[in-house]
Design a protein around this ligand. Structure first.
Ligand code: PEP
Length: 256
């Protein structure tokens, strides 16, 4: 029987930071978290592609993981502007994001493309973080359950279910209206959404669905992180804006 993975604190740097700025932030985070990060937590940094290699060198030997924000689901080929999972691994990445709301809504990625990426990334050896979440309109119309179940079912449709283990797959629940807006979901809404995700994971992965981590994302800040991390079925947080400053991300990563 596998043990439950550690609480994951992930920082999505989006399209921010030059290489030099990224190295400066990564170095400050390594130093700040060296003594303050609780033993039962791990930290993942998701810089832009152009800073991956330099950040990998900066955090080498530290308790920090590196991930890619995106990739194309193919080993190589004529895909101008894209990056393959193996290239992420070559740059030092162990993890990758898929299904982030900015890629679903701004880059118009479909559930089918997200499914291909999830399955291909897992096959390529990456730990995949699949993001799901409803828009405000969908919440207002009472569709949260349908949206989350649908995104999970479709996003995981091409995955070899028996091969999944909790150290290779994480789900992030990110209500779209809470991302970058300063609006955090109500406690009862987070608990209800995470409970629904948990039940869906237990159905899909009877051998390990109870241990797959479910992160909350959406305006997580130092003053709300401790309370969110204490909720049932919240196994970590995915942080955008507050991960760009050393003080706020260090405070979130060590929040109790
Ligand atoms: C995100 O980018 O996934 C996110 C949750 O952003 P923010 O923390 O800024 O809301």
């Amino acid at each position: 029987m596998s043990t439950a993975p550690k609480t994951l604190i992930a920082g999505n740097w989006k399209m921010y930071k030059t290489e030099a700025q990224a190295v400066e932030l990564a170095a400050a985070l390594s130093a700040g978290l060296r003594d303050s990060l609780p033993e039962d937590r791990e930290v993942l940094l998701l810089p832009p592609f152009t800073a991956l290699k330099a950040v990998a060198e900066t955090i080498r030997g530290q308790r920090l993981f590196l991930g890619g924000q995106n990739f194309y689901p193919s080993a190589e080929g004529a895909f101008t502007g894209e990056v393959a999972p193996f290239m992420l691994a070559d740059a030092g990445c162990t993890h990758a994001l898929v299904g982030h709301s900015e890629r679903r809504h701004i880059l118009k990625e479909s559930d089918r493309f997200i499914a291909q990426k999830t399955a291909f990334g897992l096959q390529a050896g990456l730990h995949m973080i699949l993001c799901v979440g409803e828009t405000l309109d969908q919440r207002t119309h009472g569709s949260v359950e349908n949206v989350l179940k649908g995104q999970l079912r479709l996003g995981l449709a091409e995955v070899n279910k028996d091969g999944v283990t909790p150290d290779r797959l994480t789900i992030a629940y990110e209500p779209v209206w809470a991302i970058g807006t300063g609006k955090v979901a109500q406690t009862e809404d987070i608990v209800a959404a995470h409970d629904l995700v948990r039940k869906t994971l237990e159905d899909s992965f009877p051998h390990c669905g109870d241990k797959i981590r479910i992160l909350y994302g959406g305006s997580v800040k130092p003053d709300n992180a401790g309370a969110i991390l204490a909720l049932d079925n919240v196994n970590g947080v995915l942080v955008g804006g507050a991960s760009l400053q050393v003080d706020s991300f260090t405070a979130i990563a060590s929040a109790v």
